[in-house]
Design a binder for this molecule. Sequence first.
Ligand code: F6R
Length: 616
Amino acid sequence: MCGIVGYLGKNGAKDILLEGLRRLEYRGYDSAGIAVWENSKIVISRSVGPLDALIEKTTAELLVGTAGIGHTRWATHGDVTEKNAHPHRSSDGKIVLVHNGVIENFSAIGKFLSEKGFSLSSETDSEVLANLIAYHYAKEPERENCNRFLESVRRALLHVRGTYGIVVLCADCPQEMVGARNSSPLVLGIGNGEYFLASDVAGFISRTRDAIFLNDHELVHIRGDDFSILTLNRERIAAVRQAVDWDLSAVELNGYRHFMLKEIFEQPKSLANAMRGRFFADGSTAHFGGLQMSPRELRHIDRIILCGCGSAWCACLAAEYLIEKFARIPVEVEYASEFRYRNAPMERNTLVLIISQSGETLDTLAALREAQRKGFRVLAITNGVGSSIAREADGGIYQHAGPEIGVASTKSFTSQLCIAALLALHLGRLRDLSYEEGTAIAEALRRLPQQVQETLKLSDSIRSVAERYRNCRDMLFLGRQAMFPIALEGALKLKEVSYVHAEGYAAAEMKHGPIALISPDCPAFFLACDGLTLEKTISNIHEVRARGARTIAVVPGGGTFPETTADDIIAVPEAHPAVQPILAAIPVQLFAYHMGVLRGCNVDRPRNLAKSVTVE
Ligand code: F6R
């Protein structure tokens, strides 16, 4: 939520900041702004709307300085207006800051500051923080061995309750920049004679891959050619530099019209990456390097709690079906936002498994911390290398799906399902799953990238289906068993990117209420790929059609599904139940994508959404 970027070097800051913001725009796009050093002054330029508006505005502005900060906003406090856009300057003109997060005690601090003579011109919590730093800066004496600017930021943060990733400039210190984080990400990029700070490495990946991921309660002070990292308690940190292994093409469109489509088409590769090196030599099971649990410990798990938000929560639900079916371990699925406050009773050998693409979702991180606080072991499945969740979990599995720029999850969702299948296989083989059953699952997984490639060829025909439904206002997504989570994900995807109201239900539940919605104006999208319940699902399709609604059905190929059962049939390759949900998810993503494009929506940046939700 909100992308922040900072630059200090020898090149023109304006273009570097705007490029960084372009790559971070998925984090928020209500308004944007930059502040650049110019003739010994910090000049701020801001505008409402997506980054293009800021680029247009700043084209005429010189802004030739070689240091600056930038921000792309997802509004939390205050309307989407220019005065609420970042960067914010303190009323005494000394401090300029960009902020991602929420300052919870901002009104108490604001009151204190107004008594001290500071004034606020926006409705944001961030401007309060800029002024609080300025207050400490004014108070802080010049001292030997203590940088006044850094110290004022540090002291201000000691009084702050809430979350922040910040980058700060000081009007008296043209060669300095301070960053800090608490529950909102911040990464330092170390280039050739230049430094970057950004919410994620995408913000500077075109200029360096040498990065340091800051931890909570750490500050970074960049000063000329040097930098130092310290804690809020002033302890020096010897930070670990990491080489980021993305290439630039991963964050560019490469000829695709949208990131969402590009990422849908990347799935054969992202699935292959999720499995790479994870099959055991005997071909009947999987293994993982990062679980930090012995086979004996894994055998002793008697319950798993799966936690996530949004699509990651749908992936948790899909994982429940897989783990219970193949590993026979009882599983419960929780919304991270509920779990963190629910004080759920948990048994001794419960394992908590967190799923999060970004690894930064605040509620999911809070759920992880709550489980750890109670002494439970927490593993994480995440795509966010070096993310907060990756670092704080007791062990875990990286997705290796590559950066996902489209706001709607696509390749990260299927890669989570794939890892869930591998994990179910691993846990199952430690228990009662036979060598033959294990081998069948492993072989099905190996075939998966090729089958996904086949499924992607349906894109044009799915676009034709979408053309027939583009004007509908509501839609139901229905599926049984392991297809139920895919139905939920399908409804979520359609809502997000096409603004068609959609609900997902377990198909049999339809008769207990949602059937009242069924009408010629409310079509139903069936996920009819669960072999065991196929006949029942076919009956549900008949029930819907008998009430005048049009129906779409995703079915396994091979001709077992009677052709006239649904108005539109999308046949995907037939596969083992462990991987069939992944194949069923592809048409659902393509349908949502084409619906969104046909309806003129910005599928990569749907209204009101942001990719990484770092507020509660
Ligand atoms: C939906 C979507 C969101 C995320 C959710 C969790 O397409 O992308 O619902 O799944 O915000 O995000 P992560 O997985 O980063 O924790």
